[in-house]
Design a protein around this ligand. Structure first.
Ligand code: PMP
Length: 391
């Protein structure tokens, strides 16, 4: 009877603590934009994905309130039963327009959109080809689909080509993040499309971090690179650049009908609250019209990169609001994050298994809600942080 209990959960938790990888939540008491409040103390916030500063926009809040007063809070049912309101419908039409696609379909979250799309398109006998650094939801969707799962080297069209050349499959789907969530770099979509087209494969881009931020009127990474018409499956989220919640897939008429018929995370879940769709309609209109938000963001990015580089920090190859500082050691990244927190600046330390071993980092995210003085304060705090700053 000395056998270890298979449900000894404490051992795995203790091991995670020992590795300095224990995940903890902050209990915030203020909106997610420029500043936040934790335990009564105010912090400058450099960890939210509210890239355009729309999460607290008064017109977005008013749209949410008005639609909740009109239609209530919950949608009451799944889209295919009676949960699909005129706000959902109008938002889908506007998302199709914003991405230049024939149609779009709302999902309750980005994780579900990825599970739904990949699961509806692929099964046994098919193959999926994913960048090594793709988001966890894409990896899980690929594994759950039953298709053969292949990973290619990060942003390496040659490595993808070698994998595709070896593959004998019915459908082949190449899947990549548009903007990589932990590195901030963008996928070389034209090169990936070239390879995919040579091998009869489709391309899916998860543009959670690019939609709203990159391209003309925020149309996203594929539009920014002039390849929107060569990508068959466009995924975008609403909880980052648009500042609300939820996600969508955009593409051809046949793709969207296929998802409505076969995407289980679409069919078997409650539709997002209609008021959220109404709020997102408002934030989408602002996102498209107000290009000054993108311009300002890019000025802040450039200010941060110049300042961090001058201090000797290891920046990554990113021109997006995700600006990681590579630290390497898990404990050192955590110490730096804690030192910044003591100075009233919130930046999260990202450690394995979220990123590869030996690449722990501080993940700075910038927002159009920030001011140049805020970035200057972040840079000063980095300069003042003791211990693990570079020589
Ligand atoms: N894809 C990527 C690249 C992401 O970063 C995220 C969110 N972290 C998701 C998908 C999931 O989106 P959601 O938060 O809406 O589930």
């Amino acid at each position: 009877m000395n056998q270890a209990c298979p449900f000894d959960l404490g051992a795995a938790l203790a091991e995670r603590q020992r590795q300095h990888r224990y995940r903890q939540r902050l209990n915030t008491a203020a909106p997610a934009g420029r500043e936040t409040v934790i335990d009564g103390r105010r912090y400058l916030n450099f960890c939210s994905n509210d890239y355009l500063g729309l999460a607290n926009h008064p017109e977005v809040i008013a749209a949410l309130q008005a639609a909740a007063a009109e239609l209530g809070v919950g949608s009451g049912a799944s889209h295919l039963v009676c949960g699909h309101s005129h706000y959902h419908h109008a938002l889908e039409e506007q998302l199709a327009k914003a991405t230049g696609q024939a149609r779009a379909l709302l999902f309750s979250t980005g994780f579900m959109a990825n599970l739904g799309a990949i699961g509806a398109l692929l099964g046994k006998g098919d193959a999926v080809f994913q960048d090594r650094l793709n988001h966890a939801s894409l990896i899980d969707a690929g594994l759950a689909s039953g298709a053969r799962f292949r990973r290619y080297l990060h942003n390496d069209a040659g490595s993808l080509e070698a994998q595709l050349a070896k593959a004998d499959a019915r459908r082949k789907l190449v899947v990549t993040d548009g903007v990589f969530s932990m590195d901030g770099d963008t996928a070389p979509l034209a090169a990936l499309c070239d390879v995919a087209e040579r091998h009869g494969a489709w391309v899916m881009v998860d543009d959670a971090h690019g939609f709203g931020v990159l391209g003309p009127q925020g149309a996203g990474t594929a539009a920014a690179q002039g390849v929107a018409g060569r990508v068959q499956v466009h995924m975008g989220t609403l909880g980052k650049g648009l500042g609300t919640f939820g996600a969508f897939i955009a593409g051809s008429e046949a793709l969207i009908e296929t998802l409505i018929q076969f995407a289980r995370p679409y069919i078997y879940t409650t539709a997002m609250p209609p008021a959220l769709a109404a709020a997102t309609l408002q934030s989408l209109a602002i996102m498209r019209a107000e290009s000054w938000r993108r311009d300002k963001l890019h000025q802040l990015i450039s200010q941060f990169r110049h300042g961090a580089q001058a201090q000797g920090f290891a920046l990554m190859d990113s021109a997006t609001p995700i600006q990681p500082l590579l630290i390497g050691d898990d404990a050192a990244a955590l110490r730096l994050s804690n030192a910044l927190k003591q100075q009233g600046v919130l930046v999260s330390a990202i450690r394995p298994p979220t990123v590869p071993e030996g690449t722990a980092r501080l993940r700075v995210t910038l927002s159009a809600a920030h001011q140049p003085e805020d970035v200057a304060r972040l840079l000063a705090a980095l300069g003042d942080a003791p211990g693990d700053t570079p020589d």
